[in-house]
Write a protein that binds this ligand. Structure first.
Ligand SMILES: Nc1ncnc2c1ncn2[C@@H]1O[C@H](COP(=O)(O)OP(=O)(O)OP(=O)(O)O)[C@@H](O)[C@H]1O
Ligand SMILES: [Mg+2]
Length: 265
């Protein structure tokens, strides 16, 4: 097994507010982890600390076996922007709002990261961009403007854009929450394909049926701590903690693959 990500006592504070209160998590290569939790429990903050859009206030992040940040004297760990740029390139992230550049074609959007962050030659960027657009089934839209695509297609372009960096881990933060219901499936299918191909994934989603199908492990976050974790059938069908039970009740029924809708107790 190859360890891709290890969080040790990860703490994140915004002024007086402690949002993450000591998260310990190890993710192996090829694992798919789904993070659940109520609004404000710290799911987005956790993902943002993994790709260093937010700098942790305490604890340690190890990526691909290497600790991120320098050990200062005493316990202080310092992060330099120069060290974080390559880290961000190795951890891809897809958000609820796809934020494609409206003045660039689909192809240009996907080429942008490899060009500006990785500094690859133009021909290589284009080859990569076409490869990953094909992968998400949108090679035929390479020359389109983002505004001419459906929301689901735009989100698949955003996935191709993240993949074009050839990251070692992909983070998804409610990637389908802003989509019309009929467009959710195509994006979930794309994410599922990545999971099946062995990409390491950390996913925040409210699509519990999808979580059940795709996850190797489900974590339930509550007030900045992992309250419960286990296999999807444990956490989603037989949660131990009252808060997890209540969260799942709030989400009502969800569809399990190839079974009728599952009634949550
Ligand atoms: N940049 C920030 N400055 C101050 N507080 C923040 C910041 N980012 C997040 N918070 C606070 O941290 C807490 C956790 O936020 P976070 O976005 O991680 O929750 P979440 O679990 O992703 O919620 P949701 O399901 O609504 O997306 C919230 O109380 C939020 O207001
Ligand atoms: Mg969030």
């Amino acid at each position: 097994m190859t360890e891709m990500l290890r969080l040790e006592g990860l703490v994140k504070r915004f002024d007086d507010l402690e949002v993450l209160k000591g998260i310990d998590l190890t993710v192996q290569k090829g694992e798919t982890i789904v993070l659940l939790g109520a609004s404000g429990s710290g799911k987005s903050t956790l993902l943002r600390c993994v790709n260093f859009m937010e700098v942790p206030s305490g604890g340690r992040v190890h990526l691909m076996g290497e600790p991120v940040g320098r050990d200062g004297r005493g316990a202080a760990i310092s992060y330099s922007e120069r060290d974080l740029v390559p880290i961000r390139a190795r951890v891809g992230m897809v958000f609820q709002h796809f934020n494609l550049f409206p003045h660039m074609t689909v192809l240009q959007n996907v080429m942008e990261g490899p060009r500006t962050v990785l500094g690859l030659p133009r021909s290589e960027c284009e080859a990569r961009a076409r490869k990953y657009l094909d992968k998400v089934g949108l090679g035929w839209k390479a020359d389109a403007w983002p505004s001419h695509l459906s929301g689901g297609q735009q989100q698949r372009v955003a996935i191709a854009r993240a993949l074009a960096m050839e990251p070692e881990i992909m983070l998804f933060d409610e990637a389908t929450s802003a989509l019309d219901p009929e467009l959710v499936g195509e994006v979930l299918d794309t994410i599922k394909e990545l999971a099946d191909e062995g990409m390491t994934l950390l996913i925040v989603t409210h699509e519990l049926g999808f979580a059940y199908t795709v996850a190797d492990r489900v974590l339930f976050l509550s007030a900045g701590r992992i309250l419960e974790e286990g296999r999807p059938e444990e956490v989603l069908l037989a949660p131990r903690e009252e808060q997890t039970q209540s969260f799942l009740r709030g989400h009502g029924r969800f569809r399990l693959p190839e079974t009728p809708a599952q009634e949550q107790a």
